[in-house]
Design a protein around this ligand. Structure first.
Ligand SMILES: Nc1ncnc2c1ncn2[C@@H]1O[C@H](COP(=O)(O)OP(=O)(O)OP(=O)(O)O)[C@@H](O)[C@H]1O
Length: 255
């Protein structure tokens, strides 16, 4: 198997003095597509945010491309799509401006050259937003907004793509475009770590699933077949043939 692109070992993190990650191990190898699953509040976003340095680790080790994160400088190799907020942010930026900001890590002295503008155009074409290049991002639907954020991450032609709930609040048409875009990236050998609630249309692309519960890894292996709250191992439910006061049976990973 290829070298690890992401490696978390025994990672602990706290937010506001509350332990959120309680010693997690997570390895993503080159070319792999790994889904990070788990219930709300299980620590998925916090885990990916430790990878990109937005959340400090209290203990353990994080490495990117074999380099301890604190010494990692090659950020142009990493494309990050944060969890989408419902508000567009009110920043009066055009679609092109937002996507161009994702190219700055590749631009010398912060100046975009012809090849950089071309990469921006290409990223917009990939997500089917080339015709909206001049529009304000505030004029876009949620799904279109998400496509722009993904184009921003793709503009630096990253080797590693980290996406936090890329399908959340995204209309079906945009979901299909995003799945197609991702398929293309995976075909090129891009390594992908996705935070997901449900595998949904991305299921065929996923090599491995890591499931978190209460800040711990409770599953690391093949993706669960159908991932809804009910299908996920860890979902609590009481079987109808049992006494009404029976304790819920833990069958799933998602509770
Ligand atoms: N800034 C913060 N300060 C204190 N606690 C926080 C902060 N951000 C998140 N938390 C808490 O940390 C826990 C893990 O949050 P995290 O966002 O990593 O979970 P998640 O699995 O990504 O959940 P979701 O699916 O809802 O996005 C939650 O209980 C959350 O309330």
């Amino acid at each position: 198997m290829s070298e690890p692109v992401i490696s978390l070992r025994g990672v602990r993190a706290e937010l506001g003095s509350r332990p959120v990650l309680r010693g997690i191990d997570l390895t993503v190898h080159g070319g792999e597509v790994v889904a990070l699953l788990g219930a709300n509040g299980s620590g998925k976003s916090t885990a990916v945010r430790t990878v990109i340095g937005q959340v400090p680790v209290a203990a353990g080790e994080v490495e990117l491309f074999g380099t301890p994160r604190a010494r990692f400088r090659d950020w142009r190799r990493v494309g990050y799509v944060p969890q989408r907020t419902t508000a567009a942010g009110g920043v009066p930026a055009s679609v092109t401006e937002v996507v161009s900001s994702g190219r700055l890590s590749r631009a010398r002295f912060g100046l975009l050259r012809k090849a950089d503008h071309e990469a921006v155009r290409q990223a917009l074409t990939l997500v089917g937003m080339a015709d909206r290049a001049k529009d304000s991002v505030n004029a876009l639907s949620g799904g279109q907004h998400q496509r722009v954020l993904i184009a921003r991450a793709l503009a630096s032609e990253p080797d590693l793509l980290i996406m936090d709930e890329p399908m959340a609040g995204v209309d079906l048409a945009s979901q299909e475009v995003l799945a197609g875009t991702l398929r293309e990236q995976v075909g090129k050998g891009t390594t992908v770590l996705l935070v997901l609630h449900e595998l949904g249309p991305l299921e065929p692309l996923i090599d491995r699933a890591v499931v978190l519960r209460d800040g711990c890894v409770v599953h690391d292996g093949p993706p669960p077949k159908a991932v809804g709250q009910h299908a996920l191992p860890g979902h609590d439910h009481v079987h109808p043939h049992e006494a009404a006061d029976a304790a819920p049976i833990r069958t799933g990973l998602l509770s």
